[in-house]
Design a protein around this ligand. Structure first.
Ligand SMILES: [Zn+2]
Length: 283
């Protein structure tokens, strides 16, 4: 079994920043949220396979500037401008004393999408219990910070201690209408395979104070995942994959490796299963 686990880890690369572990007790801040793992057997999954296309519109506040079509810069110099204003740099802590950074993005006034593995300590299997969400992060400043209560629902990607990108999604409900300040992405749920591979997309995520993105076409899709060559680096996990109309179509997961070389980047589709959990979230 141990050999199997290391094989899995060798073949996949998670894109949250490497956890920094302070040791138990050294993280004194109180927790502000909790993670609920959605247990899904493969049989149950197969019962929810009827995908019905739906979408919801993006939103940006009147007082936030908006770019006219995504520009061609790689580093986003104005992360407080919509749609980047709706992307969060997440400073995540777990009860084991570890912390790491990830990305998430608003899709409604109080709901954010991210990757499941952004909400777990990869060294100790402990779920996140404290997160600060920074929007419009640049240098040492940010345009908005949310450190209030949250609850997250995640796919059981860390079941048995292994990573499975098929479950690498997380829905977070915030106890405040953060999106009214930051704006949010529209969402396209249950897009067809051909729509995925014919849509020009942008993948964006934070690494430290840098919000970057790349753009291109998706190479191919499976039932749950999206595969592409656009660059993404550690810390980008949980970031949005979106189209030129600011509709999110996926979540950044990680990469597949062969001989330590990235062969493809991996994202998660916006499936009706995720939408169902997102709609049902309540404290
Ligand atoms: Zn830990």
């Amino acid at each position: 079994m141990k050999k199997f686990l290391s094989w899995i880890l060798f073949l996949t690369l998670l894109l949250c920043n490497t956890p920094i572990c302070l040791g138990e007790g050294e993280e004194s801040n109180e927790s502000n949220g909790s993670v609920i793992v959605i247990e899904e057997s493969s049989e149950e999954n197969q019962q929810i396979t009827e995908e019905i296309f739906e979408e919801s519109e993006p939103y940006y506040p009147d007082n936030i500037e908006r770019i006219i079509g995504p520009d061609d810069r790689i580093r986003v110099k104005d992360p407080y401008v919509y749609p980047y204003s709706a992307i969060a740099y997440m400073d995540v802590h777990a009860s084991c004393g570890c912390s790491w950074s990830c990305t998430g993005f608003m899709v409604n006034k109080d709901r954010l999408l991210t990757a499941a593995h952004c909400l777990v300590c990869t060294d100790h299997g402990q779920w996140a219990d404290k997160i600060s969400f920074y929007f419009g992060w640049r240098g040492r400043g940010y345009s908005y910070k949310y450190a209030g209560k949250w609850t997250a629902w995640v796919g059981n990607t860390y079941r048995n201690g292994t990573t499975d990108f098929a479950y690498d999604w997380g829905c977070v409900r915030l106890a405040s209408n953060v999106g009214e300040t930051t704006g949010w992405f529209g969402t396209r749920w249950s897009m067809s395979d051909s729509k995925y591979t014919s849509t020009w997309v942008y993948v964006a995520g934070y690494r430290g104070a840098d919000l970057t993105y790349d753009q291109g076409y998706i190479d191919y899709v499976t039932d749950d995942n999206i595969y592409y060559q656009m660059d993404q680096i550690s810390g980008n996990s949980g970031g949005p994959i979106f189209d030129w109309e600011y509709y999110a179509v996926g979540i950044i997961n990680g990469a597949n490796l062969r001989d330590n070389v990235v062969t493809t980047h991996v994202g998660h589709r916006l499936t009706s299963k995720i939408k169902q959990h997102l709609d049902d979230l309540s404290f």
